[in-house]
Design a binder for this molecule. Structure first.
Ligand code: GLA
Length: 315
């Protein structure tokens, strides 16, 4: 019996490079994501037409992490499809890990609590590509809710959902610069932070405070307050954490110039995307005037088993 699983990508509203030191993040799961349709099989046999090279490493790493948790080695055979751009800073590897993890758990009737699963997927990321990333992407993909951002304390894993205003458009604009955190400065930054570099530490402390300010502004419906907070976040990522690029800086400026009221780089940096907020009637203008590949994103539910095709294989 074939089953379909879907894991969304995410855009992080604010709380960048704070997850791996136990700080605060505020991601939104989005409508773009990865779908896996499969049935139980002896081995793991997946195809993924159109997905970037190297995706198999993530599948193997997820299977290994779940085996370490006690999952029986039931295989799956099926196809992975994605409408989530890769390398754009939208959490594509996290979504891949999550969708595979859900399918593998389901095939083996192995139940794992969502945050436990997010942690297993985070370990899989490190196992697959050696990147010491945090739990942001996997938690967002698993715990997302339509209409809300997820406020997650990455230290305690306490979380709550923060309702998003309906009259704000969330835009993601891709710089076109491709980041691969393997070989980029991501691991360097983490090391520098852990070694106590004052500027890296200052970024994290001020960024955690900006997450609190953002949540407070959203709770009181004061979206105008988000412009200066996003600007300070971008400046801190550029100057203190040094993960922005001139292209990302220029794209933030272009989005504001085109009518967005808040904009900052999002994700790991070194390329990838920016997130911009605009009044809905200005969203189209921001997308066209910045001339970047862009998406109007909608908040979406977290990863799920979508539907079961019980007719397949029957007479
Ligand atoms: C990447 C990582 C996340 C997080 C962000 C920066 O997306 O996968 O864990 O560290 O960078 O906020």
């Amino acid at each position: 019996m074939a089953a379909t699983f879907r894991a969304p990508g995410r855009v992080n509203l604010i709380g960048e490079h704070t997850d791996y030191s136990g700080g605060l993040v505020l991601p939104v799961a989005i409508q773009l994501g990865i779908t896996l349709t499969c049935e139980p099989a002896d081995e793991i046999e997946l195809e993924s037409p159109g997905t970037a090279q190297g995706w198999e490493r993530y599948v193997e790493a997820v299977a290994d992490e779940l085996a370490a948790l006690g999952r029986k080695p039931v295989g799956i055979a099926g196809t992975i499809e994605s409408d989530l751009p890769q390398g754009a800073g939208l959490g594509s590897s996290g979504a891949l890990e999550v969708v595979v993890a859900l399918a593998l758990c389901s095939a083996a009737e192995f139940e794992v609590e969502p945050l436990e699963l997010a942690l297993a997927c985070q370990r899989a990321e490190r196992r697959a590509v050696g990147v010491p990333s945090g739990i942001l992407d996997q938690a967002a993909s698993l715990l997302g809710r339509e209409g809300s951002a997820l406020l997650l304390d990455c230290g305690t894993l306490d979380h709550r959902w923060v309702p998003l205003p309906e009259d704000v458009a969330i835009l993601v604009l891709d710089s076109g610069e491709r980041h691969a955190h393997e070989g980029s400065g991501y691991a360097d930054r983490r090391r520098e932070l852990e070694a106590g570099d004052p500027r890296r530490v200052r970024h994290v402390e001020t960024e955690n405070e900006r997450v609190r300010e953002t949540v407070a502004a959203l709770d009181r419906g004061d979206v105008a307050a988000l412009g200066p907070i996003f600007a300070a976040s971008h400046a801190s990522l550029r100057d203190d954490y040094e993960v922005s690029t001139p292209t990302l800086d220029a794209l933030v400026a272009a989005a504001l110039e085109a009518g967005a009221f808040a904009a900052r780089m999002t994700g790991g940096g070194f390329g990838g995307s920016i997130v911009a907020l605009a009044e809905p009637n200005r969203a189209e203008r921001v997308l066209t005037r910045t001339r970047a590949q862009g998406w109007l994103v909608r908040s979406s539910a977290g990863a799920t088993r979508r539907r079961t095709d019980s007719t397949r294989g029957r007479a």
